[in-house]
Design a protein around this ligand. Structure first.
Ligand code: MEV
Length: 432
């Protein structure tokens, strides 16, 4: 990194430079073109984040990165209608979520509930140094001190009724684990658990005369699972030109397929996460935590399974159910420094973390419904054609009113002619 600093005649390291200076370095050493550097500078200075905020959020920052911010309206969960912000790059995700929300709303409300919001941490020792019996005896003899240390580590959370709830010991392979259950109130909980775990790690290491291997939360999320359910009449999911009863039977069969075919289950779950991750990103939460816990939960019994199931009940209605851990919060995290994420939280209007988790699970369920309906009916490409043509037109350089005109002309062509070359030709023709 010093070499790059010297390229600018400075001895400062790359990470000590400003965004502008970093771009100068990258340009000077030929890692970025002058045009690209200029564009990144422009984006940084015109960006959503104030330049100094962007500079301090992550290391080596050179610019900002924007994605469209959308909302879906009318997602009815537990009798309340929500407007849900979504941030995503994939065409059709928002349209599908919106359509799914409207299909569900035609039949009333999605019912959702969350187990109490808890996050688990682990403090792990080598079993050869600390046996389970020894660890358990420490819990008994030092119980009050353990509670005191946890309270001192996070006094404000404790004052709000949260903090360390329980601590247990077990054995895994050649390790002995202390398992901490923490109530993070309305926060996501990673910082809370890690702060308590690290404070206890030092004390436990001292009392046990052995140093702990690690003290960290688990992203498994299995301590708190959210469930959402919906019942839809065949008419509410009907696709023009197909028999509604047959359509919902095919949706149920797609669900059966995902239950026995892990290859299909992965894509089924990807469809669910299309919605959930987009809303998680919009809210400024850690989407990697949400994704890893969701997929771990899908594989909790050793085989990768779908997170949702669809069946036709005795009334002939389509019933969907999703079960998913959601490691999110409505306070703290990056949203404190991301102004648009703060707005997204306000737009969604959830006043407790459980309410937000219920909305996310319901969103995942309707997103999944839309995908299965398209797959069971006209197919995914037909439903998404317009949006894909949008992307093609934009990539070909169409702007403003040109976009709709190019899309219209592309849609009128046979599918093998809807290419980027045709889109470019149409843009040129319009301008000529
Ligand atoms: C595309 O992003 C998501 C789908 O593939 C989901 C699914 O197949 O269920 C349409």
């Amino acid at each position: 990194m010093r070499v790059q600093g010297e390229a600018m005649g400075s001895s400062r390291k790359f990470y000590d430079l400003t965004a502008r200076e970093r771009l100068e370095v990258l340009e000077a050493v030929g890692e970025i073109s002058a045009d690209d550097a200029a564009e990144l500078r422009r984006v940084n200075e015109a960006g959503v984040l104030p330049v100094d905020v962007a500079a301090h959020l992550i290391e080596n920052q050179v610019s900002q990165y924007a994605l469209p911010f959308s909302v879906i309206r009318g997602l009815v969960v537990n009798g309340k209608s929500y407007t849900v912000p979504m941030v995503v790059e994939e065409a059709s995700v928002v349209a599908a979520a919106s359509h799914g929300a409207h299909m569900a709303a035609r039949c009333g409300s999605i019912n959702a509930q969350s187990e109490p919001h808890r996050v688990i941490g682990e403090i792990v020792f080598e079993a050869r140094n600390v046996s389970v019996e020894k660890a358990q005896s420490i819990l008994v003899s030092r119980g009050t001190q353990i509670q005191d240390i946890a309270r001192t580590a996070l006094p404000s959370m404790h004052a709000r009724g949260g903090g360390l709830e329980s601590i247990e010991v077990d054995s895994v392979g050649s390790f002995t684990r202390f398992i901490l259950t923490v109530n993070p109130c309305d926060a996501m909980g990673a910082n809370a658990v890690n702060t308590i775990a690290e404070a206890l790690k030092n004390a436990l290491s001292q009392w046990l005369g052995a140093s702990a291997l690690v003290a960290i939360l688990t992203n498994s999320g299995q301590a708190s699972v959210t469930t959402a359910e919906v019942e839809l009449s065949p008419e509410s999911v009907a696709v023009r030109g197909s028999d509604p009863e047959q359509l919902i039977q095919r949706i149920a069969r797609l669900s059966d397929l995902a239950a026995v075919d892990p290859q299909r289950a992965v894509t089924h779950n990807k469809g669910i996460m299309n919605g959930i991750s987009a809303a998680v990103v919009a809210s400024g939460n850690d989407w990697r935590a949400v994704e890893s816990s969701a997929h771990a939960y899908a594989a909790k019994n050793g085989t990768y399974k779908p997170l949702s199931t669809w069946q036709v009940n005795e009334k002939g209605n389509l019933c969907g159910r999703i079960e998913i851990p959601l490691q999110v919060g409505i306070v703290g995290g990056a949203a404190s420094s991301l102004p648009v994420a703060k707005i997204a939280r306000r737009v969604c209007g959830c006043t407790t973390v459980d309410e937000f988790k219920n909305v996310l699970a319901a969103l995942g369920l309707v997103q999944n419904l839309s995908a299965l309906r398209a797959l069971a009916g006209p197919g995914i490409q037909a439903g998404h054609m317009n949006l894909q043509m949008n992307a093609l037109a934009i990539a070909a350089g169409a702007r403003g009113e040109e976009i709709n005109k190019v899309v219209e002309q592309l849609c009128a062509l046979p599918s093998d002619k809807r290419t980027s070359a045709t889109a470019e030709y149409l843009v040129k023709a319009l301008r000529a």
